[in-house]
Each structure stands twice: as structure tokens, then as C-alpha cells.
Design a protein around this ligand. Structure first.
Ligand SMILES: [Zn+2]
Length: 172
């Protein structure tokens, strides 16, 4: 059986800035009001015969949304982003997180931004596709930590506003 959560109606949203380096139109810093839909499939289990408690799913998704909200999303492993004083093969979220400000170049454009204004993501890009995988991985880790062992698959759809989103399916 499957449970469905609709991000607009369940208020699973975040507003963030991002850019897609080297893309003709999306290569400039811009923002989206994102929302996240989720489907989770599994056997009904436990005292209440739930697939999964909606509250547990929403708590996990809310905390992921909150961690991204009102920040610039910076994908650390983007091949076009060169961070100052950090060679490409030494890039890591932990290392960059220690800097007070992030200094990086994309082509001939240079950026200096306070680190607190950014969320460093261990991703190749901040596209809806990569964010959908990020949500699916984090949510499945959280549900595992909560002790769920009856779930077979999970899908997360990250929508960049109404009308377009990327859906990532993960077998559990
Ligand atoms: Zn965008």
C-alpha cells in the first residue's frame, strides 16, 4: 500500500536561491518557491496498521525544508565551481563550512558570499533532479533511524513552483 503527501497542502515548502552554472538562462542567481511531494510504499504494520505515520514523514521533510529555506544553495561538487584555496579534489562540505565567507569562481564570474547565507550541498548541482534525490536519501535515512523496516520504496518530487518538478524513486 502507498501513502501520498502533497507538499502544497501539507505545507512542505522552502524558498531558496540557486543557479545552474554555465546554463544560458539559469546560470544567474535566481529563486524558487519549492514544494515537495512524497509517495511511500510498504506493508501495513504495527499497532495502528499504518504504512508509515504521516507525522513522522512530515517532521522529517519539514526539517529538510527548513535547512534549505531562505539560503543560497551551493552544490559543492559542481564541476564549474572553483572554490578559492580549495583544490577540486579536496572539496567537501565540512571543509568549506569552516570558512567565514565562500569565495568561488564560475567561469569568469567571481562570488564572495557569507557562508551563513548559503547551504553547502554534497551534490553536483542544485537542479530539481538533484534536490529530489537529496530529499529521498535524507527521508529514507530518517525513516530507517525511526525503526521502519516495512517500507519498499519511496519517491520524492521537488517542484520548482507550480507546474514543473523532478521525481526521484528510491528502492528501500
Ligand atoms: Zn532555477
Amino acid at each position: 500500500m502507498k501513502i501520498l503527501i502533497n507538499g502544497i497542502n501539507a505545507n512542505l515548502r522552502f524558498s531558496s536561491a540557486h543557479l545552474i552554472p554555465s546554463h544560458e538562462t539559469c546560470g544567474f542567481i535566481h529563486g524558487h518557491s519549492y514544494f515537495v511531494d512524497v509517495e511511500i510504499e510498504g506493508e501495513r504494520a504495527g499497532e495502528f496498521q499504518f504504512v508509515v505515520d504521516f507525522k513522522d514523514v512530515k517532521n522529517s521533510l519539514r526539517s529538510i525544508c527548513k535547512s534549505l529555506d531562505h539560503r543560497l544553495l551551493v552544490p559543492v561538487f559542481n564541476k564549474h565551481i572553483s572554490f578559492k584555496d580549495v583544490p577540486d579534489n579536496e572539496k567537501s562540505v565540512e571543509k568549506l563550512q569552516k570558512e567565514k565567507s565562500l569565495q568561488f569562481k564560475i567561469g569568469d564570474k567571481g562570488y564572495t558570499i557569507p557562508t551563513v547565507d548559503c547551504v553547502l550541498l554534497p551534490l553536483p548541482t542544485s537542479s530539481a533532479e538533484d534536490l529530489a534525490k537529496f530529499f529521498a536519501d535524507k527521508l529514507s535515512d530518517d525513516l530507517k533511524d525511526m525503526g521502519y523496516d516495512n517500507l519498499s520504496s519511496l519517491s520524492a518530487c521537488v517542484n520548482e513552483g507550480i507546474g514543473q518538478g523532478a521525481l526521484y524513486n528510491k528502492e528501500l
